[in-house]
Design a binder for this molecule. Structure first.
Ligand code: HEM
Length: 454
């Protein structure tokens, strides 16, 4: 599947680091994928040229099929060794040299980690290691904090690029301090590549808008929530098996309804005609599967997010307890603030201009619902959960012929869930920190510990 723009459409100049030109400003990593095939496909689709590899963690023997390197051709990608997982300057220097001995080029992404919890860099150790490696003939790209003084010192030390973080590695918090990144870019001569914490495509845009030369992203592309991708040998097989069971159930139901029609949706579909033709069995089965997949976690997570917002704003909850007729409006507010799907992609059918931005016919456009639903030009104080707002929103889609087929059902389910929960547990409280699904697409809570009564 081609998901990147054809190179002829790119008007950009090449990115130059250490005297070498690169055609893409996106760098990617190899970690966090479920298996090597998935990694290879994702990296291919990303269009990136530079792929960074943690020499401490991967098997450097590329003949071994189970190793990461076996799947990344050095003719196709520029493999950039990194020293992730090194906690001292000595260790980082040792692993950089090991990579070079193992056949990597003279480039190294230098990391000296200072803290096991946040993985923030040890900038003193980093400077020390950078000086040694530059002297040793390496082209050093230094992963650092967003501190200008350290960035300047790394440049002085001879680093070919400085890679400040947007936020802690893997946090997905996005660009926490645009001012610092902008300042580093303005003051340094060498390329500035933002390295960590860029969680979404919109974060990447915001980061590039600071004028930096490139971005390194991994978690955002590889994001696979471990709880959503169980660590079993044959994940694909297990998923396939479950899907087959759903298909088999549906086929049985179709056969039954052909024989003995009832009033239900399957009976209608089995006997319906579109343009004089019956709907084929596989079309009904796929529709059934779509309903199962689309309607499940979406509604569950909107409910959890709504309850969390109400527990965090007891005054808002009290309004609903006192007057349950406000609940349908509160459902809309929850859908606005916590859209269960972060984005959908469309292809434009004609040239258009949106808020001053020209979009050509045929371009791919991503609609980002957590952003549009908090558009400050549409909503007053958009980050406030207000059960009386009863807003319009795009949680079910943003117009056009595609729209959530289950919107009415989801609204009904959410209304009943809130009514029943507030009636039974009006004093429910939070009993810990919620966790989110690790995904760029699912904008959903994974767990929400609560205490049903004080
Ligand atoms: C809070 C709950 C839900 C949310 C936030 C939600 C959101 C969405 C979104 C954003 C889309 C994509 C629209 C587009 O392509 O632009 C969609 C499509 C869809 N949803 Fe939902 N949904 C929810 C619940 C449900 C339920 C309960 C069902 C059915 C049982 C359902 C069935 C579908 C189907 C079949 C589609 C595909 C429609 C198409 O492409 O034409 N959804 N939903």
């Amino acid at each position: 599947m081609a998901t990147t723009l054809a190179p002829t459409e790119l008007l950009d100049t090449p990115l130059a680091i250490g005297g070498r030109g690169f055609r893409s400003r996106l760098m990617v990593g190899t970690g966090k994928y479920r298996h090597n095939q998935e990694m290879a496909q994702a990296i291919d689709a990303s269009g990136a040229e530079i792929v960074t590899v943690a020499v401490r963690r991967v098997d450097l023997d590329r003949t071994k099929e189970e190793g990461v390197l076996h799947h990344l051709s050095p003719e196709r990608y520029f493999l950039l060794a990194n020293t992730a997982g090194c906690y001292t300057a000595d260790e980082a220097v040792r692993y950089a040299r090991l990579a070079r001995e193992a056949g990597f080029n003279e480039f190294v992404k230098l990391e000296v980690i200072g803290d096991r919890e946040t993985l923030l860099p040890d900038t003193a150790g980093l400077l020390e290691a950078a000086r040694v490696l530059v002297k040793d003939g390496f082209t050093v790209l230094a992963y650092t904090s967003d501190d200008l003084i350290t960035a300047l010192r790394l440049e002085d030390a001879g680093c070919a690029a400085v890679m400040p973080l947007a936020s802690p590695i893997g946090s997905g918090l996005g660009l926490l301090n645009p001012y610092s990144i902008r300042t580093i870019k303005q003051r340094l001569e060498v390329p500035v590549i933002v390295d960590a914490g860029v969680g979404t495509a919109s974060d990447a845009c915001l980061t590039m808008e600071q004028g930096v030369d490139g971005i390194l992203m991994n978690t955002a592309l590889a994001a696979n929530d471990p709880d959503y991708s169980p660590d079993v040998e044959d994940v694909e097989g297990t998923i396939q098996e479950a899907i087959q069971q759903i298909f088999a159930r549906c086929s049985t139901m179709i056969a039954e309804r052909r024989e003995n029609p009832t009033e239900d949706l399957t009976s209608v579909l089995v006997h319906a005609e579109v343009d004089g033709e019956q709907i084929e069995e596989h079309e009904i089965v796929m529709g059934f599967f779509l309903l199962v997949a689309a309607g499940n976690d979406s509604t569950r997570s909107t409910y959890s997010s709504a309850m969390r917002a109400l527990m965090e704003s007891p005054d808002q909850r009290q309004l609903l307890v006192d007057d349950p007729s406000l609940i349908p409006g509160a459902v809309e507010e929850a859908l606005r603030m916590f859209p269960a799907f972060a984005h959908f992609r469309r292809t434009t059918t004609k040239d258009t201009v949106l808020n001053g931005q020209k979009i050509k016919k045929g371009e791919k456009v991503v609609m980002w619902y957590p952003s549009s639903n908090r558009d400050e030009s549409c909503y007053e104080d958009p980050d406030r959960f207000d059960v009386r707002r009863n807003p319009d929103h795009q949680a079910f889609g943003a117009g056009g012929r595609h729209f959530c087929l289950g919107a009415s059902l989801a609204r009904l389910e959410l209304k009943i869930l809130l009514e029943e929960t507030l009636a039974r547990y009006p004093n429910m409280t939070l009993a810990g920190k919620p966790t989110w699904v690790e995904s760029a697409f699912l904008n959903q809570l994974k767990t929400l510990p609560v205490r049903l009564s004080p």
